[in-house]
Ligand binder design. Structure first.
Ligand code: IPM
Ligand code: MG
Length: 407
């Protein structure tokens, strides 16, 4: 089966600077795929199998809205999606006794892309590690080898006042954080909690191999080429050996990308610079744990975690596309969630995973339109002005109308 998110095949438009660049990937996907419940489209339509992982908390609500929107955009653009739902996270623990059932991983592996909502909740927080929702997510990343995590932090002009930082600091911010996702202290061995001489010790191993750093550096330089041509590599080389290797390898790989400017920054400084002057950054590339932390910080520049999509790509199999935000159990089931990050994740899926930049564009434009029209969920609501506070479903309906041109 040919998959289409191959990093080696070139990544497409990323962020505003790169808008319009095309993704060059194989087009043989979708042919001869076994029939699944899906949307009827003309016989000539392209077909994509998508595994939906609703997960926990607000996950099912935002994914259901997004599915409807995808179906509609597909209908207007002559693209067929065949959806199959599978269990992951707490929902899978409850139903199948494991956060990542083998069938789920198989299902994901056999599809063209995976659209994930969110996992986790208080209910499973004190479970042993193998029975925690997060373990399912990490298993999915490892099982699909999605080593490159793209987390754009773009401040939309309509939401520049939603940030806790001053408008002049954040307006125009367009950063692409590229986080290595399958290595580092997240997966390093040995790890554990042990008693030694009567004292408990907890340990993990922060470890990177040269090929792991090499391949993520290439992704960063490739993407930078399609944007502002600047990469800032973030590490802690003043203290950590693993970071020294990181810095050396990134520098080596850079010699093949003379048209891209490379700088290095220590992670503590990077955290500070993100808040002080975020507009200095174009592409940031970093390891798994630093990327986890910095991407949350960057997300807050935009004012709402509810707006941020992400893509996790491998070099040969399906990618996983998911909002950066979590499962928000406190508002789950109340029709309060913001589905826009999920819809924008579906757009990233179409652009990077399915070679459907046209569909991606329609989705992104529709989100733009509903914001212009003043629709806001609670998390991005602003006082004054002409704003309409809506719930998850109504926001989805507004996006549907925008797609149909009737908003
Ligand atoms: C993220 C999350 C995950 C991570 C958790 C839920 C395991 O924080 O995707 O950033 O740490 O990678
Ligand atoms: Mg995180």
């Amino acid at each position: 089966m040919a998959h289409v998110c191959g990093l080696g095949m070139g990544l497409g438009a990323v962020g505003r600077v790169g808008a319009g660049a095309s993704v060059s990937v194989s087009s043989s996907h979708g042919a001869g795929r076994r029939a699944r419940a899906g949307v009827r489209a003309p016989a000539s339509a392209k077909s994509h199998s998508v595994t939906l992982l609703p997960g926990d908390g607000i996950g099912p609500e935002i994914l259901s809205v997004t599915r409807d929107v995808l179906v509609e955009v597909g209908r207007t653009k002559g693209v067929e999606f065949s959806f199959t739902e599978a269990l992951v996270g707490g929902a899978a623990i409850d139903a199948a006794g494991t956060p990542l059932p083998a069938e789920t991983l198989e299902q994901c592996r056999g599809s063209d892309a995976v659209l994930l909502a969110a996992i986790g909740g208080y209910k499973w927080d004190s479970n042993p590690r193998e029975l925690r929702p997060e373990t399912g997510l990490l298993g999915l990343r490892a099982g699909l080898n999605t080593f490159a995590n793209l987390r754009p932090a773009i401040v939309l002009p309509q939401l520049a006042d939603a940030s806790t930082l001053k408008r002049e600091v954040v307006s125009g911010v367009d950063i692409m954080i590229i986080r290595e996702l399958t290595g580092d202290v997240y997966f390093g061995e040995p790890k554990g909690i042990e008693v030694r001489d009567g004292v408990r010790w907890g340990f993990n191993n922060m470890i990177y191999s040269e090929p792991e750093v090499d391949r993520i550096a290439r992704v960063a330089f490739d993407i930078a080429r399609k944007r502002g041509k600047r990469v800032c590599s973030v590490d802690k080389a003043n203290v950590l050996d693993v970071s020294q290797l990181w810095r050396d390898v990134v520098t080596d790989v850079h010699s093949e990308f003379g048209d891209v400017e490379l700088s290095h920054m220590y992670v503590d400084n990077a955290a500070m610079q993100l808040i002080r002057n975020p507009k200095q950054f174009d592409v940031m590339v970093t390891g798994n744990i630093f990327g986890d932390i910095l991407s949350d910080a960057a997300s807050m520049l935009t004012g709402s975690l509810g707006m941020l999509p992400s893509a996790s790509l491998s070099d040969s199999g399906p990618g996983v596309f998911e909002p950066v935000h979590g499962s928000a159990p406190d508002i789950a089931g109340q029709d309060l969630a913001n589905p826009l990050a999920q819809i924008l994740s579906a757009a990233m899926m179409c652009r990077y995973g399915l070679d459907e930049p046209g569909v991606a564009q329609v989705l992104e434009d529709a989100v733009d339109k509903v914001l212009d029209a003043g629709y806001r969920t609670g998390d991005i609501m602003e006082q004054g002005g002409n704003f309409k506070q809506v719930g998850c479903k109504a926001m989805g309906e507004a996006v549907l109308k925008a797609v149909q041109g009737t908003l």
